[in-house]
Design a protein around this ligand. Structure first.
Ligand SMILES: [Ca+2]
Length: 280
């Protein structure tokens, strides 16, 4: 509770600072801490009073004209800011990391819950926002993009995707995979499965190992929060080695990774009167 109170007070203080002397309307968002005050002018739809649910809806409402950048979206009760990959089809970016990033990914449960880093660079959008985005009403899918040290890009999609709520420790639920990268989350070629695992941080051990996987270090850097098994066949939050089985590891270094979400095209909600049902 103390974490939540501190976070709310910090949020209120930030909102008050933004309101004072700002040239434009102060931005109302639950995660203003992911931008500096100077960066608020970068929010491309800050004049919108009713933000879109996600980046994809923003792209659609702009008839495909919206450009890459930071937008206000509202997947839950309150608006939040998010980085939108519009040119790639309206993905809402939920994670971005650069190898040896200056952003520390060795964070607490509360920090992974509400997000950290910078929306203009490396960041984790926040497990609570990831939950609110993916719980629907429509189905969502997860996109993963990896760029290695030679600028070779590999990508993949899990369709559908659900990140459950905090009561089940943001458990990860993934559907079918396709892509040019290996399936490192639902295959067990490294004897670790990440699908269906709960989230673990250095202060909240929900993994299947006798120690806390988030605390295990490689060259002095801890793994960070992740949906660990006992422990990992993939971990995009390890700051010094982006890990994705044979695609990204300490022998084959990757420079960048992104995790993104957007509505599923395969699983669409069909409204038939009072009923809602899934149609493949
Ligand atoms: Ca453990």
């Amino acid at each position: 509770m103390r974490d939540v109170r501190c976070w709310l007070l910090a949020l209120l203080a930030t909102a008050l600072m933004v309101g004072r002397g700002a040239e434009s309307q102060p931005i109302q968002a639950g995660n203003l801490h992911l931008l500096t005050t100077e960066e608020h002018k970068l929010v491309l739809n800050r004049q919108m009073t009713v933000p879109p649910r996600d980046c994809h809806e923003m792209l659609m409402s702009s008839s495909g004209q919206a450009r890459d950048g930071v937008y206000l979206i509202q997947p839950g009760r309150f608006p939040i800011l998010a980085s939108c990959a519009m040119q790639e089809g309206g993905w809402t970016v939920v994670q971005h990391i650069t190898v040896n990033s200056s952003v520390n990914f060795d964070r607490t449960w509360a920090e992974y819950k509400h997000g950290f880093g910078s929306l203009t660079g490396d960041h984790w959008l926040g497990n609570q926002h990831l939950h609110e985005l993916t719980r629907g009403p429509g189905r969502y899918k997860l996109g993963v993009k990896l760029v290695d040290k030679d600028a070779v890009t590999k990508a993949g999609e899990y369709d559908p995707l659900l990140v459950e709520g905090e009561e089940t420790a943001y458990r990860l639920r993934l559907g079918l995979y396709q892509g040019t990268a290996l399936d490192a989350l639902t295959q067990d070629t490294e004897n670790y499965l990440h699908d269906n695992q709960r989230f673990t941080t250095k202060d909240r051990d929900n993994d299947n190992y006798f120690q806390n996987c988030a605390k295990l270090e490689f060259q002095g850097v801890a793994g960070g929060g992740w949906w660990y098994d006992a422990c990992a066949g993939a971990n995009l939050n390890r700051r010094n080695v982006i890990y994705w089985q044979k695609d990204c590891n300490k022998e084959h270094l990757c420079k960048y990774a992104w995790m993104m979400v957007k509505p599923s095209e395969t699983f669409k909600l069909v409204h038939t009167g009072e009923c809602k049902k899934d149609e493949l």
